[in-house]
Ligand binder design. Sequence first.
Ligand code: ADP
Ligand code: MG
Length: 367
Amino acid sequence: MKVVLQNLTKRFPSRTKNEPDVIAVNDFNFEIPDGKLIGLLGPSGCGKSTTLNLISGLEAPTSGKIFFGEDDVTRLPPENRGVGLVFQNYALYPHLTVLDNILFPLQNLKGPEKLSKQEMRERALHAAKLVQIDTLLERKPSELSGGQQQRVAIARALVKTPRVLLMDEPLSNLDARLRLQTREEIRRIQQETGVTTIFVTHDQDEAMSISDMIVVMKDGVVQQIGAPQDVYDNPVNLFVATFLGTPPINVFDGEIKGEKLYIGGEAVLPKPGLPDQKVSVGIRPEGFVLDENGPFTLNLSRVEVMGRDTSVVSTHPKSRNVTIRSIIPTRNKVDRTAKTVRFSLVPDKVHLFDEKTDKALGTEEKP
Ligand code: ADP
Ligand code: MG
């Protein structure tokens, strides 16, 4: 089911005179294609949950419209929208067994939707199999691990075959290993069911790894929408560039002078066609190539070998981060006793931003 958000805005009025209203979602426009998994991504407080609550109907928008396919659902109550919801804290009924938790949403169906006991059981078993908890049906939630509880919550959200599945930070309560495993599971389940899914997270790694498309938000405003790799490769502004990527992009104060990019006194890259100006420079950790004759000199702090890759930690007077991280193949040996380390730069991995607006520069040099 395609989901369309049209000029969607949510304003929470302030409770006191001194505080301004909060615009949690500001003029959100997006058409979510049928059957895709969309990662809604941004720092805490940027309006992710509010967006999801508007789509589910738990909150009413201040203005704007929501469509599921051709249906305008903006004024429809949540129970009539056909959405499945999964939250961070599972929200299972503690006194019910796994099976009864999954059956619960089916027991309140009325009229033509009403199911026989047999049909309900079949549907619940199907959902339990899908999330691989069909051997635990008689347990209570307290007898399950966090990951298993979240599977039950997902099965419960899927049992009514929702038109849209909405997940709000579903993995945040799980430990690191389980988080990795469960996100793969969510991807598998989404692909098996083909249900249009919106997955909210503040974890860029999580969103990048399982989404068909990501939406990056900041302060209620959508910054960029696209396939994860496209957004990573072509960030529209400095915020998106710094929010995506681990280790994060390294940011420097730079300057274009005579069609060259300078960082400090060194001309680190040719930049034909760009007028002289001050710029913010973002260099991805993988954009540094160890090169004893390279144009960019960094002060070497330490070298961390991490198996296949090596992380070179350094400093530079023009760096906005305390330390700079470059990732190079471990077979390229760094002289650990040296005070400095020299690199050449991979042009695609160097991003320039307007010093004042933080907007990406240099789109004019692309074909
Ligand atoms: P996120 O899920 O990205 O962390 P939220 O959507 O929960 O962000 O919140 C976005 C902004 O809206 C925050 O500034 C938050 O304080 C505010 N907000 C959320 N819910 C309410 C509410 N019911 N009343 C007032 N302000 C709210
Ligand atoms: Mg939230």
